[in-house]
Write a new protein. Structure first.
Length: 318
C-alpha cells in the first residue's frame, strides 16, 4: 500500500510540474497586446517664400510672404480620410485686407494607386476697404491709379482632385475648382489643372535628403463681373479674360523640410491682368478692351520664387 501511495504521489508531482511548465510556455508564447491606433491625427506646417503666388498671380505684390496651416484628420479606415483645416497667409491686396484666412474640409478616398480629394474651400479676407468713384456708400475714392476694388473679396470654391502614383518616384494628376463668384466679383470661375512630379530615387546627398522636379499647368475660365467693376463699353460688368498659367521647378527635402525653387508665368497681358486684379501698384498705360485707358499690372507676369516649408503630423512625432 505504501508503495502504491508513493507511486501516485510521484506521478502527481511530475504531472503538476509538467502542467506548470506548460503554463509558463503558454505565457511566454502568448502574443503581446496589439497597440490601439487612434483614427485621429493632426497635420500642421508653415512656410516662408519670396512671393505668394496663386494660380500664376502674386497675392503679395511680389514681396515676401508667410503662411501656416492646421489640419485635424480622421481615418475612417485605411482607404478613407476626412479632414478639416484652417490656414493663413500674408497678402498685399488693393483693398488693404489684413490677411487671407482659409477654412476648408473634405474627404480623401484612395483606390490602390489612385488618391482622390473632394471638398470645399472658403477664402476670407478681413479688414478690407472699398475704393470706387461711383458714389457708393462707405467707399473711398478710387485708388491713386484709378482702379476700383470691393471691401470684401471673400469667396468659396468646391473642388475635386485626383493623383495617380504610378510608382514611388513618379506621380501625376489633375484637379477642378468651381466658384460662383471669384473674389466676390460676381464672375463665376472654373479652374482646371494638371501636374506631374518625379522624385529622384537616389541623390548624391547625405542620408535623409531627397530631391524632386515637378510641373503644373492650369486654365482659369472666368465669367463676367457685376457692375461694381463696370468700365467704358461694359456697363454691366467686365468679361474677365480667361487665362492659362504654368510653373516648373524642383526642390530639396530633408525630413520635414522642403526648399522649392519655381518659375511661374501666365498668358495674361498687363492690361487684362490689371482689369482682373485691380492692382494698386499698376502703372503706365496698357489699354485693352476690358481695361480701356487703364494702367498695366506686372502681377501676372513671369516670376521666380523660392519657398521654404515645414510639414508634419502628430503621428509622425511619436
Amino acid at each position: 500500500m505504501k508503495k502504491v501511495l508513493t507511486t501516485v504521489l510521484v506521478a502527481a508531482a511530475f504531472s503538476a510540474t509538467s502542467a506548470y511548465a506548460a503554463d509558463l510556455k503558454a505565457l511566454k508564447a502568448a502574443p503581446a497586446p496589439v497597440a490601439v491606433v487612434s483614427p485621429w491625427d493632426v497635420a500642421f506646417g508653415a512656410w516662408i517664400a519670396s512671393d505668394y503666388n496663386f494660380r500664376g498671380i502674386t497675392q503679395s505684390a511680389h514681396k515676401p510672404a508667410v503662411g501656416v496651416y492646421f489640419e485635424p484628420r480622421y481615418n475612417f479606415n485605411a482607404n478613407l480620410q476626412g479632414y478639416l483645416g484652417i490656414g493663413g497667409e500674408s497678402i498685399d491686396f488693393p483693398n488693404h485686407a489684413a490677411a487671407e484666412i482659409d477654412f476648408y474640409g473634405g474627404l480623401r478616398p484612395t483606390f490602390g494607386k489612385l488618391a482622390l480629394d473632394i471638398g470645399a474651400w472658403y477664402y476670407w479676407y478681413p479688414g478690407g476697404q472699398c475704393f470706387n468713384t461711383g458714389f457708393i456708400p462707405g467707399c473711398n475714392a478710387s485708388l491713386p491709379n484709378g482702379n476700383v476694388i470691393k471691401a470684401d473679396l471673400s469667396f468659396w470654391e468646391v473642388y475635386g482632385k485626383a493623383t495617380y502614383n504610378f510608382s514611388d518616384a513618379f506621380s501625376f494628376g489633375g484637379s477642378i475648382y468651381y466658384s460662383p463668384s471669384v473674389l466676390n466679383s460676381g464672375a463665376d470661375g472654373e479652374f482646371l489643372a494638371g501636374f506631374v512630379k518625379y522624385v529622384f530615387p537616389t541623390v548624391p546627398l547625405p542620408s535623409g535628403w531627397g530631391a524632386y522636379v515637378s510641373a503644373d499647368v492650369g486654365h482659369w475660365f472666368l465669367g463676367t463681373s457685376d457692375n461694381f467693376y463696370a468700365v467704358t463699353g461694359f456697363p454691366n460688368g467686365i468679361p474677365y479674360k480667361s487665362y492659362t498659367t504654368w510653373d516648373l521647378g524642383g526642390g530639396l527635402t530633408y525630413k520635414v523640410f522642403t526648399l522649392d525653387f519655381r518659375y511661374y508665368d501666365t498668358d495674361l497681358n498687363k492690361g487684362d491682368c490689371n482689369a482682373f486684379t485691380s492692382d494698386h501698384t499698376a502703372a503706365g498705360l496698357s489699354s485693352t478692351a476690358i481695361n480701356p485707358g487703364g494702367p498695366g499690372s506686372k502681377w501676372c507676369g513671369a516670376t521666380f520664387i523660392v519657398k521654404l516649408s515645414v510639414d508634419t503630423a502628430l503621428s509622425a512625432l511619436k
